[in-house]
Design a protein around this ligand. Structure first.
Ligand code: AMP
Length: 142
């Protein structure tokens, strides 16, 4: 497996070099909205420590990322009136991974509504900002 590339787009977001629609942050993880959501509120949860994917992340960072994914999932159920949550996580190109800093997708689902295809359409900045505010508040209120 190739080594971690510190110039991947999520590393730049983690360093504050690129913006994101943040919904949660602590000392070990960051969660922000996917800008090409498969459903409204589609969120990505990342460890702050460099890790390419599931295959090289430390067990403790992985456990923490999943703990944060659970917080986001519960917040998304409340904030978006979701009926369910889909979790996705891709590893290496052959596994569907496009950005090579580990991230877990948390996708709120409505009964009967299909997900959009991956990276189908960029959401409007206003809509993302509004959703991020709503989701961040729901996560914070726990
Ligand atoms: P994957 O590596 O297959 O999990 O796909 C990367 C995901 O990151 C896709 O769902 C993209 O829509 C999303 N994405 C790419 N660039 C950004 C960005 N700057 N901010 C938020 N999400 C992004």
């Amino acid at each position: 497996m190739p080594s971690y590339d510190p110039n991947n787009i999520f590393a730049k977001i983690l360093r504050g070099e690129l913006p994101c629609y943040k919904v949660y942050e602590d000392d070990k993880a960051l969660a922000f909205l996917d800008i090409m959501p498969r459903a409204p509120g589609h969120t990505l949860v990342l460890p702050k420590a460099p890790a390419r994917n599931l295959l090289d992340v430390s067990a403790s960072d992985l456990a923490h990322v999943m703990t944060v994914a659970q917080k986001v999932a519960k917040g998304a159920m409340a904030a978006f009136g979701a009926d369910g949550i889909t979790i996705q996580q891709f590893n290496e190109g052959a596994g569907g991974q496009v950005v090579f800093h580990l991230h877990v997708h948390v996708i709120p689902r409505k009964a009967g509504a299909a997900m959009k295809p991956p990276a189908a359409e960029k959401e409007k900045p206003d809509a993302l900002a509004e959703q991020a505010k709503k989701l961040a508040a729901a996560i914070a209120s726990g």
